[in-house]
Design a protein around this ligand. Structure first.
Ligand SMILES: [Zn+2]
Length: 101
């Protein structure tokens, strides 16, 4: 357990996610399995249909064509990752060993 203290209703501050998320996003995300919110199709992220002509990157489901994710970098360098079309990303096999919160 890190030095974080539980707050009055038993939760921790979101800053404790820094370690576990750093463990996840050092891996090649294209090998992650995904599931589409719209049709339930499952498959590797590398199979999504990617469009780069707009203000950012849009990736669509190979099965139904709906948007699964958007990645946009705005002026100033902020990176916005919108995963509303994705149920989950799953890293199989010898994936990250998550830092304990
Ligand atoms: Zn779909």
């Amino acid at each position: 357990m890190a030095s974080q203290e539980f707050l009055s209703d038993g939760h921790l501050d979101g800053s404790v996610l820094a370690g576990p998320f750093a463990d996840v996003f050092v891996h090649d995300v294209t090998v992650a399995d995904t599931q589409c919110v719209h049709c339930g199709h499952e498959g590797p992220l590398a199979r999504l249909l990617v469009y780069v002509g707009g203000p950012g990157i849009v990736a669509r489901c190979e099965q139904c064509g709906q948007v699964m994710l958007r990645l946009v970098t705005t002026e100033g360098g902020a990176v916005h990752l919108d995963l509303r079309g994705t149920v989950r990303l799953t890293f199989n096999g010898p994936g990250p060993s998550l830092t304990e919160v």
